[in-house]
Design a protein around this ligand. Structure first.
Ligand code: HEC
Length: 146
């Protein structure tokens, strides 16, 4: 027989562990360094070809040379607007892709939802602390502050 106190203690410990884990995968929270390291490997495998090293983004091609439907893969560091999106929204973009005319492919058949969490952690590691604090819904307040 389990002692009720032990069971309650265990339940509290689990709640605490789950709570801490969740805090890492959240908007405005710094990413877990372990997730960043694993996300970087996934990024280098699946994303670097378009979004480039360190998420600096793809250069636009001169009009006349580029295909009329060419859209450069935007930077994912904090020079563009990836940080306007919450962690949940970023994961959704990665898994589902973006609709025409933005040729961002969906990766739901290539990576798992947990791997999308790791990729978001890596993307967030490219942002300054200030940007991180302004991530998601807060970006509007941050942009109008100055
Ligand atoms: C075939 C090229 C290509 C590949 C590969 C690719 N992307 Fe993209 N991605 C794009 C384009 C193009 C856009 C949209 C650009 C625009 O809207 O101006 C985009 C947009 C995004 C956005 C939205 C950013 C925002 O500010 O709204 C995220 C996040 C993103 N990509 C993450 C990833 C990740 C993570 C991977 C790897 C798993 C990846 N992409 C692989 C081309 C690519």
């Amino acid at each position: 027989m389990f002692n009720a106190g032990v069971v309650r203690g265990y339940a509290m410990l689990m709640a605490l562990l789950v709570g801490c884990g969740a805090a890492f995968g959240q908007t405005n929270r710094p990413p877990d360094p372990q997730h960043v390291a694993e996300g970087k490997k996934l990024y280098e495998k699946h994303c670097i070809g378009c979004h480039q090293k360190d998420g600096v983004g793809e250069k636009d091609l001169p009009v006349g040379i580029r295909h009329p439907k060419f859209v450069p893969a935007m930077p994912l560091n904090d020079t563009s607007h990836a940080w306007h999106h919450s962690d949940v929204e970023l994961r959704k973009t990665i898994l589902k892709g973006l609709p025409d005319p933005w040729p961002m492919p969906g990766f739901e058949n290539v990576i798992t939802p947990q791997q999308a969490v790791l990729l978001v952690a890596y993307i967030k590691s490219l942002w300054s602390r200030e940007t991180l604090a302004c991530q998601g819904r807060r970006h509007i307040a941050c942009m109008t502050r100055k």
